[in-house]
Design a protein. Structure first.
Length: 280
């Protein structure tokens, strides 16, 4: 592989806890502003994984893949890179979350072990019509496997119904140590309450007319937020349902630029990662 496909190694110290990425790696417009001219499509993951530290796989939301596919994806990425995976929607779209055990096990134990140490958080996205039901959600969280082939598993929950803006939800998620996605989307409930051992943000406001997707000032703000999360702080400038937590132990941070002006998301992710790394 040509040397110019490689980016510098992750910065040491606090910055190494922060991973900034994008959703997926196959998107035609990226072939004119992210991928170099002439790069064949089969090498796009190889390239993207050397310019980003994480990618959120959206394709698994529409259906689980074969174990050989997961193994292939993992083999194409460098040491230290991780994938987040959106869990299949059929698992969470049933009438009761408590009945999702078979679907959960089929997805998790149906090949995810092939990722090895490239497996990052599994994102369980609830549909916008699913209201908060504490008993049903607790039964669902009980079903999530906590390890896979001896490796700890990490899960994160994305809620999209306004009824989750409730202290009872925050208390329940904290009791299971399941992080909640923070999103800046104006279409979905937004809560930055820390409910688990890591922070996870999905940013959806990139703008096509901006080369880096987000204004420079906004990227500076997100740099400070990412570092504060990694240092163990809560972010009091973002919307909360409950009282912000006191400082805790350092935590891992995942930030993904997705949706909106998607063609700008790789530039936004790389720009934010450079800012984080520059501060060390």
């Amino acid at each position: 592989m040509p040397a110019d496909l490689f980016s510098p190694a992750p910065a040491p110290g606090l910055a190494s806890r922060i991973r900034v990425g994008i959703g997926g790696w196959n998107f035609a417009p990226w072939r004119s502003n992210f991928y170099p001219a002439g790069l064949v499509q089969r090498r796009e993951l190889e390239y993207a994984s050397r310019h980003l530290r994480a990618i959120e796989i959206n394709g698994t939301y529409y259906g689980a893949q074969k174990p050989t596919t997961y193994a292939k994806w993992a083999a194409e990425t460098p040491e230290g890179f991780v994938f987040s995976l959106k869990a299949p929607r059929y698992v969470t779209e049933g009438k009761r979350l408590a009945d999702a055990g078979r679907g959960i096990d089929g997805f998790v134990f149906g090949g995810l072990a092939e990722f090895g140490d490239r497996l990052g958080p599994v994102l369980w996205q609830l549909r916008p019509t699913r209201a908060f039901d504490g008993d049903d959600l607790a039964a669902f969280l009980d079903l999530l496997p906590r390890e896979l082939n001896g490796r700890p598993m990490r899960h994160v929950l994305e809620v999209r119904h306004p009824s989750f803006l409730d202290e009872r939800y925050v208390e329940l998620a904290r009791s299971y140590r399941i992080p909640t996605v923070f999103t800046d989307s104006p279409e979905h409930p937004s809560l930055a309450d820390l409910t688990g051992d890591f922070a996870y943000a999905r940013l959806m406001r990139s703008e096509a007319q901006l080369e880096t997707g987000y204004p420079s000032g906004d990227l500076d703000i997100w740099t400070a937020r990412a570092r504060a999360w990694a240092e163990g702080h809560d972010l009091t400038d973002l919307p909360h349902v409950s009282v912000p937590l006191k400082p805790q132990a350092p935590r891992d941070v995942f930030i993904y630029f997705i949706s909106s002006a998607k063609e700008r998301n790789p530039a936004a992710a790389m720009s934010l990662q450079r800012r984080v790394d520059k501060k060390g």
